[in-house]
Design a protein around this ligand. Structure first.
Ligand code: ACM
Length: 262
């Protein structure tokens, strides 16, 4: 299975331009599945609830999801992409998964980071694993990585590949995802953005370094901190299904949850 990411540099508020640029790049890729960053079409640093509401779109009816669906069908490619979602007057920091037959699902970020709490509602539709035939896909968004139970939950639900749209500003995630992959024996694709936004007194610089990690923690590719780029690698998703660490140790069966879950 050919999987990868697109590392982008969105311009805040330029939804049409950001979307078209990403689509143009995706059209040139030969891949089964590609992950785009969190909030890839709008940019990140909202300054009010009203601003987020204005830019957010219904899912799946909104124009960005529809454009991704069209591309997905044309390219026979699964796409996971972060978007601001609007439902009535509420907004969520969401990610869609679309595929060759259209819309598949939407995940709403559970763990909101910093000022996101001022614009978005925390996710309320749980964590899902999508079986797309080639692999079982789990989705989490950016700061969710800080909560190891998210990856664990997705792995326990059968995910082979954790697709992880991100807008990382703290430096820790790329190294931490290596551990998430080892301890759950899953693949992970973190798709981050680059650039700086300064729409308030506080500048936010995004760290790039999108990456694809294998089930033993191998970094299959790590991107630059400051360039727009994409990478597609070939992986074998069923490798994630053998949770045997030694002949006598199983990642999930050996857990002692009666002692380790308060
Ligand atoms: C983040 O969750 N965007 C850091």
């Amino acid at each position: 299975m050919k999987v990868g990411f697109l590392q982008t540099f969105p311009i805040f508020g330029e939804k049409e331009e950001n979307t078209q640029k990403a689509i143009h790049h995706l059209k040139q890729l030969d891949a089964d599945l590609v992950v785009l960053p969190e909030l890839f079409n709008t940019g990140y640093q909202f300054t009010s609830r009203e601003e987020a509401r204005t830019m957010a779109e219904p899912i799946p009816g909104g124009q960005t999801t529809q454009a991704l669906i069209t591309l997905s069908k044309e390219k026979q490619m699964y796409i996971i992409a972060g978007l601001a979602e609007r439902e009535q007057d509420r907004c969520y920091n969401s990610a869609v998964i679309v595929g060759t037959k259209g819309f598949i699902g939407c995940y709403r970020k559970l763990h909101l980071f910093y000022h996101e709490k001022q614009w978005f509602e925390p996710g309320n539709n749980g964590l899902q694993v999508y079986d797309i035939g080639l692999a079982r896909i789990g989705i989490m968004i950016c700061f969710d990585w800080f909560f190891p139970e998210v990856t664990r939950y997705l792995a326990l639900k059968g995910a082979d590949i954790i697709c992880h749209p991100a807008n990382l500003v703290l430096p820790y995630c790329p190294q931490a995802m290596i551990t998430r992959c080892i301890e759950n024996r899953v693949f992970a694709i973190t798709s981050n953005r680059i650039g700086t936004e300064k729409r308030t007194d506080e500048a936010l610089s995004f760290i790039g370094t999108s990456q694809i990690v294998g089930t033993k923690g191998e970094i299959l590719y790590r991107a630059s901190p400051d360039r727009e780029e994409s990478m597609i690698v070939e992986i074998d998703p069923p490798k994630a299904r053998n949770k045997q660490v030694t002949p006598m140790n199983h990642l999930f069966d050996d857990r002692r949850i009666e002692f380790t879950f308060p």
